[in-house]
Each structure stands twice: as structure tokens, then as C-alpha cells.
Ligand binder design. Structure first.
Ligand SMILES: [Cu+2]
Length: 412
């Protein structure tokens, strides 16, 4: 009876396991939402993101441009962007990066960036693998990982076989990076695999582990390595040295001009601080996240140091844009953005006059808190939020101010 139950349970387990093989839904994203909220809310504030197109043919180009502000509230637990590299986040080799620029400086190497400063980037990519891909600009920070910007669904059309990546080397030769050196890589892997495999087989053809362990235990370790073993080892050593010298010589012959891989860190100047982003100051007095309402409330004092009346238009955090419900003219800026339209409610006098300090009670609510998995910030040992406030001035300019602070969850 007992055995019957066990075999029945076993059968069910096998069936369930095999059924999971039939259910393999398409992955709709590539992990950007699984990043901890503090990594998205308090590191890189991306804005003015623009993709030149959302359809790109294999071998044609798409340009991503935009700016980012590095948060002053950068989390203590991750490294500062002392070594940062501008790149693209994409699911597999959908596009190939052709060029990248940071504040007009070529971004082929890493940069040392400063917190609280603004940078402008440009990344040019080339369509590679046909299909639909979610593509983002990304800042890789050493030991912090990839911090991704807004993503756009991009259709890559054409044939994968047609992909080429022509570049002109410093010696004036034009090569296709997609295939360049591939045969050579395969050849040298095979050449090295032969002695490696021989050496492995030489030892494992004899009894391993337990018998050898027992021989060592019995004091017979001298019998483990024979005279032939020693001769083969010497031959292998000499052979390896000869092979290393030969491969080095053959590379020098084939490529007489060589330079090492470049790995320096380039200095780059941040964008100059404009009066727009220094004139308005905001101080957070209190912030709560209400779990059932999926809304965040903040009390803050805003000091208008500019010469024009201003109104709070947007709160932007982790690439989610909450816009003021009372300013209906605010529009979607691009197809990539996550927009909580009318998700920002401001209580109190909406206009702040020059020289005035006003207390604002604001509420940012939308299901995006949940769908973008930002609400999990309440699970952090250091529950804190960050973001950027955008004020619209009567002079037509936009005034930005970074905000951050602790946040307390409310469960009712
Ligand atoms: Cu994505």
C-alpha cells in the first residue's frame, strides 16, 4: 500500500515537471523591474530621453539621446560612480553599439562622474537581430551594476545573416567586426584543447579519487606517479612553452602593429549648473507610502529663488513620471516613458511666487507603484525614496530639484 502511494506520488511529480516544459511564456521584460527600488529611485535620474525611431532595419542606425542627473542621495551601500561606463540594456544582441558620447566626449572608456551633476549622452546603435526588443540607455557603475534608463520597444527588421559591422582600424584597414578574427579564435581554441584533453585523459584513464586516496593512506604514494608520467609531464611543459612562443610569434607576424586594450578612466566635465536647476529648493518634512492606495504622500517646503512664479508640474522617480492633474497640457514626451497621467495631486496654493516659501502637500498615486515594483521599497532596511520635482515657471522654463528622504509605510 505504502509503495503504491509512493509510486503514485512519483508519477504525479514526473507529470507536473514534464508539463512545465510545455508552458514557457515569452519573457516580456529583462529584469529592470526586479532591481531594488533604492537602486532605481536614488541613483540615476534620467530625463529628456529620446529615441530617434522605434523601427530600425538590420544595419541601419538608431540614436538615443538624453540627460541624467546623478542623485546626491546616492545609497551608502553601493559604490559611487568613480568608474562608470555608458552602455545599452537590451535582451541579447538585438542592436550593436556603434558610438557613444558623454557631454561631447567619446565614451569608449569609463568615466569618473560626480554626484549631484548633470550629464548629457548620445548613443548610436545598429540594428542586428530581427525581432522586438526593449532597449534602454544604461549606466554601468563599478560594483553597483547596470542602472537602466527608460526603455523603448523597438522593432528590428530584416535578416540576421545580413548583419555587418564595418570599421576602419587605425592602420586604415576596413574590417567587419561581426566576423573578424572568428576563424582564428576557433583555430586557437582547438589547438589548445588538444594538449589539454590529452593531459586530462592521461590522468583519468587510471583509477582516480578513492583508490588513490587509499594508496596515500597506506603510504604507497610513490607508486602513484610513474617514470613515464614524469617524462610526459616534462614533454607537456616544454610543448606548452613552445606553443606559447609560437602563438605569440604568429600573432606578431600577422598583426605587426599592436596596441594593448585601452582601460583608462577619462575625466569629463559635467554640464554647467544653470540657474534653472539651482533656483528652486525643496525640503522634505514628511513622506509616507500608503500600501492599499498605492500612493505616496509628501509634505515639503519649496522656496522659489527664481525671478518668476512657479508651479509644481511633475514628480519623477525610477523613470516613472507623475504629472500634475491640474495641468492638462502636460503631454507624453516619448513612447518609452512610464506615465502616471494626472497621478500627482497638489494641495494648497498651486503657484509659488518669487522669494516665497510655500508648504506643499502632494500625493503621487498610480498602479505603476505596484506594476513597476516600486512599492517594495517598504521592504528595505533603509526605507528611503528619491526623485526629481519639475516646476514650470511663468517664464516658460522648467526648474528641477532633486528630493530624497526616509519614507514610512502606512498599512490602512
Ligand atoms: Cu526593458
Amino acid at each position: 500500500m505504502k509503495n503504491k502511494i509512493i509510486s503514485l506520488l512519483g508519477g504525479v511529480a514526473v507529470m507536473v515537471t514534464s508539463l512545465t516544459a510545455l508552458y514557457a511564456p515569452q519573457a516580456g521584460a529583462h529584469g529592470e523591474r526586479s532591481q531594488e527600488p533604492f537602486l532605481r529611485m536614488r541613483t540615476v535620474h534620467w530625463y529628456d530621453t529620446n529615441f530617434s525611431t522605434n523601427r530600425v532595419a538590420v544595419n541601419s542606425e538608431m540614436t538615443m539621446t538624453g540627460k541624467f542627473l546623478l542623485a546626491e542621495a546616492w545609497p551608502e551601500v553601493i559604490m559611487k560612480p568613480d568608474v562608470a561606463f555608458l552602455h545599452v540594456a537590451e535582451p541579447g544582441p538585438a542592436v550593436a553599439k556603434v558610438e557613444s558620447w558623454l557631454n561631447g566626449v567619446p565614451a569608449a572608456k569609463s568615466f569618473k562622474l560626480e554626484l549631484g551633476k548633470t550629464y548629457e549622452y548620445k548613443i548610436i546603435v545598429r540594428g542586428r537581430k530581427p525581432g522586438e526588443a526593449h532597449i534602454h540607455p544604461m549606466l554601468n557603475v563599478q560594483s553597483a551594476g547596470g542602472l537602466v534608463g527608460p526603455g523603448q520597444w523597438t522593432l528590428i527588421e530584416g535578416n540576421y545573416e545580413d548583419f555587418t559591422y564595418p570599421v576602419t582600424t587605425l592602420t586604415g584597414e576596413t574590417i567587419d567586426l561581426n566576423t573578424y578574427g572568428f576563424a582564428n579564435v576557433v583555430k586557437w581554441h582547438i589547438i589548445w584543447a588538444i594538449p589539454a584533453l590529452f593531459w586530462l585523459l592521461w590522468w583519468i584513464r587510471r583509477p582516480v579519487f578513492i583508490p588513490r586516496f587509499l594508496m596515500v593512506q597506506n603510504g604507497e604514494e610513490d607508486a602513484l606517479i610513474t617514470g613515464t608520467d614524469k617524462k610526459v609531464a616534462i614533454a607537456m611543459f616544454i610543448g606548452t612553452m613552445v606553443l606559447v612562443t609560437m602563438s605569440s610569434n604568429s600573432a606578431k607576424e600577422a598583426y605587426p602593429i599592436q596596441i594593448p586594450l585601452q582601460s583608462a578612466i577619462i575625466p569629463v566635465e559635467a554640464l554647467p549648473v544653470t540657474p534653472q536647476n539651482s533656483a528652486v529648493k525643496a525640503k522634505i518634512l514628511k513622506a509616507n507610502y500608503r500600501i492599499p492606495g498605492r500612493s505616496m504622500t509628501m509634505t515639503l517646503d519649496v522656496t522659489n529663488g527664481s525671478a518668476t512664479p512657479i508651479k509644481l508640474a511633475e514628480f519623477n522617480s525610477a523613470n516613472v513620471r507623475f504629472t500634475n492633474s491640474l495641468i492638462p497640457t502636460l503631454a507624453k514626451t516619448d513612447s518609452a516613458e512610464l506615465w502616471a497621467k494626472g497621478g500627482l495631486h497638489v494641495q494648497g496654493e498651486p503657484t509659488i511666487y518669487p522669494g516665497e516659501t510655500a508648504r506643499l502637500e502632494i500625493e503621487a498615486s498610480d498602479a505603476l507603484w505596484e506594476t513597476e515594483r516600486l512599492s517594495s521599497l517598504i521592504g528595505d532596511p533603509d526605507s528611503a525614496f528619491g526623485g526629481v520635482l519639475y516646476f514650470h515657471g511663468a517664464d516658460g522654463k522648467t526648474y528641477m530639484e532633486e528630493i530624497s528622504g526616509p519614507i514610512i509605510p502606512t498599512f490602512q
